[in-house]
Design a protein around this ligand. Structure first.
Ligand code: GTP
Ligand code: MG
Length: 242
């Protein structure tokens, strides 16, 4: 049996509420309003995943599925310097895929599934999971179809997490209309999009919000083994930190 591991977030207080970090062989979701650091956390994890296990890393390669066009290799290089890694090699260890519609996003995941068979991958980032599905199925009558397609997509990701001992890390948006649904109500009424299908697929869900000044707050919403605690973090040139 493969030994699962935990991937550090870059922030000690955040790791502490997660018993060490994001867990492999499962789906980890962060959701929150714009600029709270979802993409910056994704970048930080890309670097940390390549660190030795003793440093909270995964000693592995990374795949980054970018649905928003916000991946920046120069940010990876900066973060790599913080952790004492070679900036260019760190970027080279990331398999980057840009998805432009939901159908291609799903095809890319199938292609990555083939890649992962070669071994050595420890992190798959999807930033963000629902955005393209939301654009492609925007009509009221298309909701059931969207949720079906999203469900199939998420089942693939769950399966890959387990088969390849990956941390699957995905970002998600919050509902723009907090009154739209009483389901999944979190702190301040902020709820992730994706409905039951996504709620069912995500093992660990974390709400991110802005705090005082530069501070950001992460709150565990749903986890099999961590209580609903909060941690504060900041975004630095070297990525997520305390
Ligand atoms: P959306 O995708 O728009 O929903 O937002 P997000 O949650 O992905 O936010 P993102 O991770 O892009 O965080 C944006 C924040 O990170 C901004 O407040 C930036 O100031 C900060 N940020 C981005 N790059 C850097 C950097 O190089 N150095 C520092 N210190 N902060 C940065
Ligand atoms: Mg983002």
């Amino acid at each position: 049996r493969k030994a699962c591991f935990r991937l550090s977030t870059g922030s000690k207080s955040w790791d502490a509420i997660l018993n060490g970090g994001f867990q492999s062989m499962s789906i980890n979701e962060v959701f929150g309003e714009f600029r709270c650091g979802k993409t910056q956390l994704a970048h930080t994890l890309c670097v940390v995943a390549q660190l030795p296990k003793e440093q909270g890393g995964g000693e592995g390669k990374v795949a980054y599925l970018d649905a928003e066009g916000t991946f920046r290799p120069e940010r990876i290089q900066q973060i790599a310097e913080r952790f004492g890694l070679d900036p260019d090699k760190t970027v080279e260890n990331i398999t980057y895929v840009r998805a432009v519609n939901s159908e291609l996003q799903d095809e890319h995941v199938s292609e990555l599934n083939e890649n992962f068979a070669s071994g050595g991958y420890r992190l798959l980032v999807v930033d963000s999971i629902c955005a393209l599905f939301r654009v492609d199925f925007c009509g009221r009558g298309e909701l059931a179809d969207r949720q079906n397609k999203l469900g199939t997509h998420l089942r693939k990701l769950c399966h890959m997490a387990e088969e390849f001992n990956l941390v699957v890390f995905m970002t998600n948006q919050v509902q723009s209309d907090p009154g739209a649904s009483a389901l999944f109500a979190g702190a301040d009424g902020r709820k992730p999009i994706g409905g039951h299908v996504l709620a069912h697929a995500s093992t660990t869900r974390i709400l991110l919000r802005k705090g005082r000044g530069e501070e950001r707050v992460a709150k565990i919403q749903d986890s099999p083994d961590c209580p609903e605690k909060e941690a504060t973090y900041i975004i630095t040139n070297g990525g997520i930190n305390d």
